[in-house]
Design a protein around this ligand. Sequence first.
Ligand SMILES: [Zn+2]
Length: 118
Amino acid sequence: MHEMGIAMQIIEIAVASIPADLKNAQVKRVNLKVGKLTAVVPESLHFCFQIAVQDTPLCDAELNIEEISLKVRCTDCNVEWTAHEPVFVCRKCNGGSVKMLSGRELDITSIEVVDEDA
Ligand SMILES: [Zn+2]
């Protein structure tokens, strides 16, 4: 299950992003963008995340996953559309100059940290 590796990486990045002067910082929420082409199953990632956050500053954190659809564009005729699987041929002109615009993201967009002492 590669979602576990991804969950661990998210936690590592989130922990590293906590300002050093916050002694009792807790991560409340991690916002994540996941492209449809990454083969990440959001349910699995949620599940792995819940297990992996135990005993970390993220133990109460919520993982918010935004799924990014696969968008492609033909650079010959400039038509753009949303696909459900990788596309290599333009659906309008049948050309082979199809570029992927989105769908491969696996990015943390923001991390919300609170200081429990504040
Ligand atoms: Zn085209």
